[in-house]
Design a protein around this ligand. Structure first.
Ligand code: 1GP
Length: 247
């Protein structure tokens, strides 16, 4: 079964899915493995691995080590072309559709596609939309793009619909890692009503309550990163999972 189909099945069975993001630049290896193990045991549906930069080396080795401690799928959430490994189950094939930087709309993708084909990992076409979060984020700075203002629901809706018409399969509404304000439930609700692609919401989600509100607004998947990085709390992971899983 494809990872994309697994994602769809998670939504059918549980109402929504919960993903834990591991940023290899922000944690030591032992901490990464501890977090991966707890996320897998605590009810997360997949691990996302990626970074805006990826300063740490040897992604292959890290993914193999994660695989040894986690039973859930490992999906690369790449910040750039350096972050491709044959040891992932899938990779979000992102196009930064909120921005107008051709390199992140199609340039990196042209360079990445042959490598992904050669490695045989599953690409999942994803429209990646940066939404303003109240302060400059790494994703904005590194991509040299401007985010969609958080109150401009019409722009977000039109962008999401364009992604759907272009044949993309997921939308990622991203406030940026460590965002001051997560993407609002109002924007998620408007986009979910307007376009039919499943929505991943991430960036700045710090409480299970915030996660649940975004699922209730129409998000199909919730990603958390920062909140678990300093505190590998198995209980908190379980609370997030049960807040996201409404069934
Ligand atoms: C960032 O959406 C993810 O790309 C997660 O963000 O680290 O703020 O949870 P946080």
């Amino acid at each position: 079964m494809s990872i994309y189909q697994y994602f769809r099945d998670v939504v059918d069975e549980k109402g929504a899915g919960y993903f834990v993001l591991i940023d290899p630049d922000r944690l030591a290896r032992e901490a990464i493995l501890d977090l991966a193990e707890k996320a897998s045991a605590g009810g997360a549906d997949a691990l996302f691995v990626g970074s805006s930069l990826l300063l740490s080396s040897d992604l292959d080795d890290l993914l193999l080590a994660i695989r040894a401690v986690a039973t859930i799928p490992i999906v690369i959430f790449p910040g750039n072309i350096m972050q491709i490994s044959r040891h992932a189950d899938a990779i979000l094939f992102l196009s930064l559709i909120s921005g107008r930087n051709p390199n992140f709309l199609i340039g990196e993708q042209v360079r990445a596609a042959p490598i992904i084909r050669q490695y045989g990992i599953e690409p999942i076409s994803t429209g990646y939309m940066l939404i303003d979060s109240g302060r400059l984020t790494s994703a904005e700075f590194m991509s040299n793009t401007r985010p969609i203002p958080r109150d401009k629901h019409d722009i977000a809706k039109a962008t999401a619909l364009a992604a759907e018409y272009l044949g993309m399969r997921l939308l990622y509404l991203e406030a940026g890692s460590g965002a001051q304000n997560p993407v609002s439930p109002e924007m998620i609700r408007e986009v979910a009503k307007y376009a039919s692609l499943p929505i991943i919401a991430g960036g700045g989600i710090r409480t299970p309550q915030q996660a649940r509100e975004r699922v209730q607004a129409g998000a199909s998947f919730i990603v958390t990163g920062n909140v678990l990085e300093n505190n590998h709390d198995g209980n908190l992971i379980r609370e997030f999972a049960s807040a996201v899983h409404s069934r």
